[in-house]
Design a protein around this ligand. Structure first.
Ligand code: PLP
Length: 440
């Protein structure tokens, strides 16, 4: 029975969910959908995973909740150790929270407290990219580079110095190298103007999701940003809320380029949709400085509760033992090749981009001029609806650069098979054909 009480439901055609298994979901009318976007790029290990369910029930039978100032929990200790291993020891401290926004918020606060403890209290400003998305709480929103989300809250958010994100599609310079050079110069100039001695941290997503339709950094850009942070004495925070936990074919996307952050935020794939769990990881020496300065003045009630940590551990075990990182690389390559075929077939595809099972498709009115669809057409929404009518879920989000186009994300669970990728592509192909007809 539809309710009028939930006010985040903005659409009247939303089906009621019934159950899910693997990459499939069913509504209460018995319709089946392929979850081609893992919900919101969250359910990385697929639905109804027996190992995770068993681990959760086992933990529930022992203790679901214990408060971190009253008890340590073995599963929290084990999960933290495991996560340090995943970063190959580059980040050796873990702080658990419940959502991506909280992880980013924790990163902001750790960076700030570090500089206060270090005797550099003037370092209070953050630099972030436009476009970008870092979450919906006020600190994380302050870093977010997307005007419609920022606008109502500008007066009450932390705010940040916004610099352009590299754009491997619509850059205006002669080639990528010249573009990266230009972006780095603009970034350096903005940091110099702000006053390097006032900067606490630079924040970026190595592979964007909702914000940019899987725009990626490259080696030269990341090396350049790391060098600027080192030169100006500020920290590098990476937001891998969406790109972490195997999604790109490495445990964390930054590992593709070998440039480690000082602080890392992760979330979605860690609980894989089974339970809200997220984390901030940091270099041990930062945490020691903060601890010596009186301790981290931050925390949430549900942080590191045993049920959340048992879920996270079971998810990591599943990814490990089922070789899902290898599968992500292999199926990601196949998905990309098949999407590139569709780009040749349909004029409305401007670019396919991304890595592993994080693939974005940019929609354009004209692939030659790269002219976007008008914003009020809501091209992404039309395509998403057409796909859903055909039983395929894709991630619907307007490109957060607002006036410059639409994109959709195709990000199935990491368990996806080659045949299932072909099924996804067949439905997407059909949806694109219907899309082109509907806008003709
Ligand atoms: N950072 C990034 C890169 C995200 O993609 C998201 C969510 O989409 C967030 C932060 C916020 O995470 P949450 O919605 O769990 O608060």
């Amino acid at each position: 029975m539809p309710s009028n009480a939930l006010f985040y439901l903005t659409r009247d055609d939303m089906p009621l969910v019934s159950h899910a298994d693997g990459i499939y979901m069913w509504d209460t009318q018995g319709r089946r959908y392929i979850d081609g976007c893992s919900g919101a790029i969250t359910c990385n290990i697929g639905h109804n995973h027996p190992r995770v369910k068993e681990a959760m029930v086992r933990q529930l039978d022992k203790v679901a909740f214990s408060y971190r100032t009253q008890f340590e929990s073995q599963v929290a200790l084990d999960l933290a150790d495991r996560m340090v291993e995943l970063t190959r020891g580059e980040l050796d401290k873990v702080f658990f929270v419940g959502s991506g926004s909280e992880a980013v918020e924790s990163a902001i606060k750790l960076a700030r407290q570090y500089f206060v403890a270090k005797g550099e209290p003037q370092r209070s400003r953050f630099v972030s990219l436009r476009p970008s998305y870092h979450g919906s709480t006020l600190g994380a929103l302050g870093l977010t580079g997307y005007e419609p989300l920022e606008a109502p809250y500008k007066a009450i958010t932390l705010g940040s110095i916004k610099v352009p994100s590299p754009d491997f599609y619509r850059y205006e310079e002669t080639d990528i190298d010249a573009h990266i050079d230009a972006v780095l110069k603009q970034t350096e100039s903005a940091m110099l103007t702000a006053g390097p001695e006032t900067l606490a941290a630079f924040v970026l997503e190595p592979v964007g999701g909702a914000s940019t339709g899987a725009r990626m950094v490259n080696q030269a850009y990341l090396d350049g940003i790391r060098a600027l942070c080192d030169r100006f004495g500020c920290l590098l925070i990476m937001d891998e809320v969406l790109s972490g936990m195997g999604r790109t074919g490495e445990w964390f996307a930054y590992q593709h380029w070998g440039v480690a952050p000082d602080i890392l935020a992760m979330a979605k794939g860690l609980g894989s949709g089974y339970y809200p769990i997220a984390a901030m990881m940091a270099r041990g020496d930062l945490v020691e400085t903060v601890t010596d300065g009186g301790g981290f003045m931050h925390g949430h009630t549900y942080a590191g509760n045993p049920l959340a940590c048992a879920t996270g551990l079971a998810v990591i075990d599943a990814i490990d033992e089922e070789n899902l990182i290898d599968n992500t690389r292999e199926q990601g390559r196949h998905l990309r090749a098949r999407l590139d075929e569709l780009a040749d077939k349909y004029g409305c595809i401007g670019q396919v981009r991304g890595i592993g099972l994080l693939q974005g498709v940019e929609l354009v009115r004209d692939p030659t001029t790269k002219e976007p669809f008008p914003a009020d057409l809501n091209a992404f929404d039309i395509l998403t609806r057409l796909a859903k009518q055909r039983g395929l879920l894709i991630y619907p989000r307007r490109s957060l650069n607002g006036l410059r186009g639409d994109h959709v994300l195709i990000t199935p669970p990491l368990t996806v098979t080659r045949q299932q990728i072909d099924d996804i592509v067949e439905l997407f192909d059909d949806s694109l054909a219907a899309f082109e007809t509907s806008i003709a």
